[in-house]
Design a protein around this ligand. Structure first.
Ligand code: DAH
Length: 332
């Protein structure tokens, strides 16, 4: 075996050595007392070599020994590094290093709580889409293309003619068709409007729509459900009153106020627009308004969260600023 072959054989054996023990065996086989390299010298009869041959052998031998040591050292480093990698293999069950607790966003907390209250009153929770048809957002709700009510809800149009819903009322038609009547349901969700932003206006906000449709549903049912709901949210008996309000999809339509103390003053605060569902809306969903009647209401979830927590600026809610978010409980 010439010197180069020995080096190549050593490299090949090192490549398949993956433990310190395997490495020690390779070292012994080549550089040990009876090793392949060690024996090269033992097997040479120096008395038979000329001084030049002796010198050439010495140089080749020493070079091979140095190379063998270098290869062994490199293999040692490689094996040590792979050991480290094994030790830090990712363990998904370990808790994260960052122990700062997250917090439940006030709008999420408010939504979950409101859902629970309505569920306890027999309402189901219906989730719709954020991008809806123009028909669902407007026409089905008795707001045709030339209706001035469209101006109040300037929205974002998509190239395919869909709109980012301006209100959760856009789920009324779909829910009526899919759930059928009689029905009791709420539809919470995110809405969008092309607004000039200020402390009470955002382009992205949360609403909750509610509907109850059955035979003989009246304004008395509407008032009772609203009062029970608000008393549960605020954990005290809540007084409510209705004022006339106009919305194309209800007749009669109301603004519902509740009595509370705001900024130290006891007064009526406008909270929930509502009304008896317009016959056109029922008919648009294939329901006979001569047989069925119902009420609908809108609730600004964003506004309710602001009221409950005394949040002064709506823009804080979408900012994702940890200093704001961490002021709320980490769990419900
Ligand atoms: N969708 C209306 C809005 O965003 C709110 C509303 C008014 C909802 C009256 C209703 C209702 O269900 O009956 O301005």
């Amino acid at each position: 075996m010439n010197l180069d072959d020995i080096r190549l054989a050593l490299v090949a054996e090192l490549a398949s050595a993956s433990t310190d023990a395997a490495l020690a065996q390779v070292r012994a086989r080549y550089l040990g007392k009876d090793g392949v390299i060690t024996n090269l010298r033992k097997n040479v009869d120096f008395s038979k070599l000329s001084p030049e041959e002796r010198k050439a052998f010495g140089t080749g031998f020493n070079t091979l020994k140095d190379q063998a040591e270098a290869e062994l050292e490199a293999a040692k480093v490689r094996i040590a590094a792979s050991g480290v990698r094994d030790a830090v293999e990712f363990d998904y069950t370990l808790p994260g290093n960052d122990r700062r607790m997250g917090a439940i966003h006030p709008i999420v907390a408010t939504t979950l709580e409101v859902e629970d209250i309505f569920r306890s009153m027999g309402f189901s929770v219906y989730h719709g889409d954020e991008a809806v048809s123009e028909f669902e957002n407007f026409d089905a709700l008795n707001i045709p293309g030339d209706h001035p009510a469209r101006d109040m809800q300037d929205t974002f149009w998509m190239e395919n003619g869909m709109v980012l819903r301006t209100h959760t009322s856009s789920m009324q038609n779909r829910a009526l068709r899919q759930l059928g009547v009689p029905m009791r349901a709420i539809f919470p969700g995110r809405c969008f409007r092309n607004e000039a932003l200020d402390i009470t206006h955002e382009n992205t906000f949360y609403q909750l729509e509610g509907m109850m449709v059955d035979k003989d549903v009246s304004v008395a049912n509407l008032i009772a459900v609203m009062r029970d709901f608000l008393s549960a949210v605020f954990r005290r008996d809540i007084e409510v009153r209705l004022r006339p309000g106009f919305f194309p999809f209800v007749e009669p339509g109301f603004e519902l106020d509740f009595k509370t103390t705001l900024n130290g003053v006891r007064r009526w605060v406008e909270l929930m627009p509502c009304g008896m569902i317009h016959p056109v809306v029922l008919r648009n969903a294939g329901i006979d308004p001569e047989v069925y009647s119902g009420f609908a209401f809108g609730l600004g979830l964003t506004r309710l969260a602001m009221l409950r927590h005394g949040i002064p600026d709506i823009r804080l809610l979408n900012k994702a600023d940890l200093r704001f978010n961490q002021q709320f409980p980490a769990a419900l």
